[in-house]
Write a protein that binds this ligand. Sequence first.
Ligand code: FEO
Length: 387
Amino acid sequence: MKISDDIIYCGVNDKKIDLFEGQFPVPNGMSYNSYLIRDEKIAVLDSVDKDFGDEWLEKIEAAACGASVDFLVVHHMESDHSANILNFAKKYPNAKIVASQMAFRIMKNFFETDFAERRIVVKEGDSLDLGKHKLNFIAAPNVHWPEVIFSYEPNEKILFSADAFGKFGAIDEENPLDDWACEARRYYFGIVGKFGANVQAALKKVSALEINQICPLHGPVLRENLREYISLYETWSKYEAESEGVTVAYASIYGHTKAAVEKFAEKLRTAGCPKVAVSDVARDDVFEVIEDAFRYGKLVLAAPTYNCGVFPAMKNFIDALTERNFQNRKIGFIENGSWAPQAAKAMCAQFGNCKNLEFCENVVSIKGEMKSCDEEKMDALVKELLS
Ligand code: FEO
């Protein structure tokens, strides 16, 4: 794949992976992107996952037409991109390794060397000249790790954005670009969601650049609709709701809470709620549910009482939200308890350190099976949520 006449894609597709980063289901696989810039000097941008070292090195050799490579630029040190740095360094003993100071510290932790004899440390504002092309470096700490740098090639107006603007899924005809946001959103909130302020800082720097293409480390190269994608990143990183709707996330032990949620969702739809996204946090991909919770402005949590608190799957789900700085949302609760429901109080307490949350006054409290007398409270909660 050509990015331009002088820039060649050298990344790989991983179609055997079960869980990306050990936790994210990726039914459509994953790509680890790497690029080669051919000029007076030749630079490779980033490595790939450990299982693809030989394939990657072969692609580099072909893209460089057998010439020696002068630089390996490391934008991000997480192992899905850095695992083959040593293999590269052995194959190209005269190449320099280019990265941030922090990246070299992390290299020592993985490789017992920080390439002291052959490294170029770069920081915000530094450039690497290759001939016609050059790379201007932009510090992007915590998008996703602290050592991350982006680079911008001003001749072709290409942003190399590390993990930013990445998405799950291999790059092939089975994963067309027409619904980029779906898996890009799950990727963003799963992986970078906690670091909204850092993403905002990086977007501010990038906003001054004229960009024709964005080359991320995962997923397709972006050439069209760049304004739309950058705008989504603005919304996501500010923790603003993207669409109108209610996420209803539930856990259920014997199905009684699930039945109550089905009734509640029906009431929301009847009342005109434009989107009701219902998920079981014990059975569905929890990262899809996290994605929905950040996508819509309103969230309802429904769970049984368990060990005088809340059912574990729901407890874990709320932890996953609060770890990612969940904020700016309206939240309602449905609790169940066969003799003494107290899950709502426990769920609410978990959000204690979150900013700008509004909790609905109407709490639906069910004892065992939902009864007709519970519907009045449900109707009140629907009204309060949609007001
Ligand atoms: Fe794709 Fe944060 O590594």
